[in-house]
Design a protein around this ligand. Structure first.
Ligand code: NAP
Length: 634
């Protein structure tokens, strides 16, 4: 939690700090701190038409006025000259000032977001009060971002739990992905638990080491590690119909098999966990070293080497610019070009002015987060809705989508000016939003333009002893890096999961994983999935928000079991099916649903099994309470 320091700086220093301010949330924070509604004049209401524009769409004159108002207030605060607290209209009006007409609907959700370091979403119950004598133990699979959160919530409710973690440390994806340049592409101030603030993010977009450190600190401070079985892998989980309990078979660090018992199981294994290697002939023929980006081999020095990189997704996009200057040469094999979203501050440290404001303006860090959050409740969703009247093509899916395409194309034209071949290869042939858009500050284009870097768009025909071959020629390489993504559709693979009446989860799914709210599956009582099917977001928000919704909902389910004395709950098939029909229908109306481009958002059957097609608000509303009518109670 950022503690507020008294202002002792001179006017010039304050003026300099204000140059770095995000102004609408600063006015909001100052209005609340001073109780002065004059800091929120109507003509400085930010735009709610387009929430993604900088400074809420303020003109230069509006920005100057906002800075003047803030300067006068900060100097008055410093000098102890604040007038007596005036009758402010309070938080609701401040939220309305920032979020516009939607504020009233969003308010409950946004108040949760604004509450840090308080934790309104904490379970308001303890097992000891509901069912003190009842044995109830939960096994959580995975100690990444979601698993740690589930553990924290269970701890708050006094429900005993064990985390089984295959790695030797917490962190999940932020432990495993250590490739050069690895960082998150969601704002740091959003990519954290709502109730556990960082005491000063160093970067606008955190690097892997910063995030790993954050999750380690969270786990340590919450006393979670003592509940973790590290180096232990879940092989199978089996439900016993008679006792309504789960038996989890694990492989211990010694290679032994051990059985753990549990009344409920929470899978928190993530979607982007198991590396996907391309099905290209000859992979074993290559005589040099090769590795996957998510299993970066830091023992191999790439300096001066000829490196072949396969893939141009989010991972390659980050490590290619990092290694381009030290490798001897690099050939990058691109099958599908990514759209690039201009983000000048992508690699930047949080500016000194903004840090100063976080330290000196009470509540500014929270209002800043709220501001980022309110703009991402819907984010870019409206630009990926399919307009049924719009001519169907791989160019765009609607007028707003086409406008976005035009803007993003002109950005690419700017980046690759004077390089017509690279520009041709860089312009995607699918609608914006059909695949993950990548944040960019120009370093990717700069790397591709280097003399020692070559972009190849011809299809790979095979891997050879010496390198990578297309139909035209062979590209010799000393090292091959597979930046080919993850087997995201294979949820809960390679575990065997056996539910009621001996049902096998993978047979049920046959490669097409589905769940109710992404969390519960008919036939599998008291099994809960986090970041399960259809809970990935593409253009809005942070995945941590989803995990918080899921943890809240799971705890609600457990509370009901403990309170009402039922042994287990099992999702009703009709509820599950109706829900999935709704999800599928909506995904078919999104850019990622109609485009035929390759993407990890679709499974082998072509169904979008990953993505949530609606707003964050809709998921939050659906996960506030567990409606027991959706379940069979055992
Ligand atoms: P990815 O987006 O799935 O990209 C894999 C790349 O490998 C694509 O360019 C793909 O081409 C290519 N590829 C796969 N098989 C191929 C083959 N047989 N021949 C040629 N090319 C092949 O994987 P990723 O880059 O690891 O990213 C996965 C997800 O992880 C991201 O979408 C994101 O959600 C997350 N991530 C986030 C960050 C971040 O926060 N900044 C960083 C890394 C990853 P096609 O496009 O044609 O399939």
């Amino acid at each position: 939690m950022t503690t507020t320091e008294p202002i002792i700086d001179g006017e010039d220093a304050i003026r300099r700090a204000l140059l770095d301010a995000e102004l609408p949330p600063l006015l909001a924070a100052l209005a609340i701190a001073t109780g002065d509604p004059a800091l929120l004049p109507d003509h400085l209401r930010p735009s709610t038409v387009n929430r993604l524009v900088p400074q809420g769409g303020y003109s230069v004159a509006q920005q100057e006025e906002a800075r003047s108002l803030a300067l006068a207030t900060l100097i008055a605060m410093r000098d102890g000259r604040l007038p007596a607290r005036r009758a402010s209209n309070g938080v609701l009006d401040t939220v309305r000032f920032l979020a516009g007409a939607d504020a009233d609907r969003y308010l409950p959700l946004l108040m949760d977001e604004l509450a840090a370091p308080d934790d309104p979403a904490a379970p308001g119950w303890r097992k000891d009060d509901l069912a003190p004598e009842r044995p109830f133990h939960v096994v959580i699979i995975g100690a990444g971002m979601s698993g740690l959160l589930a553990a924290y919530r269970l701890g708050q409710a006094g429900v005993p739990y064990t985390i089984v973690e295959k790695n030797g440390d917490v962190g999940g994806t932020w432990l495993e992905n250590s490739y050069p340049g690895c960082r998150v592409d969601v704002s740091s101030h959003l990519y954290n638990y709502s109730f556990f603030e960082h005491d000063g993010w160093p970067l606008y977009f955190s690097t892997q080491n910063v995030l790993l450190d954050y999750f380690r600190q969270f786990a340590d401070r919450s006393g979670i590690p003592e509940h973790i079985r590290f180096g232990t892998e879940v092989l199978a989980a089996e439900f016993d119909d008679g006792t309504c309990t789960w038996t989890i078979r694990v492989r211990t660090p010694d290679g032994d098999t051990e059985l753990l018992g549990a009344q409920a199981v929470i899978s928190a294994v993530g979607q982007l966990n198991r590396p996907s290697y391309p099905r290209i002939g000859g992979r074993d023929d290559f005589t040099g070293p090769s590795f996957h980006s998510a299993r970066w081999d830091h023992g191999i020095d790439l300096t001066g080497k000829r490196v072949a990189v396969i893939g141009t997704g989010a991972s390659a996009f980050q490590f290619v610019p990092e290694i381009a200057r030290t490798v001897g040469s690099m050939v990058i094999f691109q099958r599908t070009a990514p759209w690039l979203g201009p983000t000048p501050e992508y690699h930047a440290p949080v500016s000194d002015g903004l840090r100063w404001l976080f330290r000196h303006v009470p509540g500014y860090a929270q209002w800043y987060r709220f501001w980022l959050f309110s703009s991402s409740v819907e984010g870019g969703l409206p630009t990926v809705y399919v307009d049924p009247a719009w001519p169907r093509s791989e160019r765009s899916v609607s007028a707003p989508n086409d406008e976005r395409r035009a803007l993003l194309t002109s950005y690419l034209e700017h980046l690759f000016a004077g390089h017509p071949d690279l520009l041709r290869a860089a312009i995607p042939d699918y609608p914006p939003g059909a695949k993950r858009m990548l944040r960019d500050n120009g370093v990717w284009a700069a790397a591709l333009k280097q003399d020692n870097v070559e972009l190849v768009t011809d299809p790979i025909s095979r891997i050879t002893e010496r390198g990578v071959a297309t139909a035209e020629r062979e590209y010799e390489a000393d090292v091959i890096v597979y930046a080919t993504g993850f087997t995201a559709s294979d949820f809960l693979v390679p575990m065997t999961v056996t539910g009621r009446d001996g049902a096998d989860l993978h047979k049920r799914w046959t490669g097409d994983a589905r769940a109710y709210l992404g969390m519960t599956v008919p036939g599998f009582p008291n099994l809960f999935l986090m970041y399960g099917p259809n809970t990935n977001i593409v253009v809005n928000g942070s995945i941590i928000f989803f995990s918080e919704c899921e943890a809240h909902y799971i705890l609600e389910c457990l509370r009901s079991l403990l309170h009402d004395g039922h042994r287990a709950l099992e999702c009703r098939e009709d509820v599950h099916d109706a829900y999935n029909e709704m999800i599928d229908a909506a995904n078919r109306q999104r850019a990622w649903g109609v485009s035929t481009v390759n993407s990890w958002y679709k499974n082998a059957l072509g169904r979008v099994a990953q993505n949530w097609p609606f707003t964050l608000m809709e998921y939050w509303e659906r996960t506030r309470t567990a409606d027991l009518d959706d379940y069979h109670l055992l």
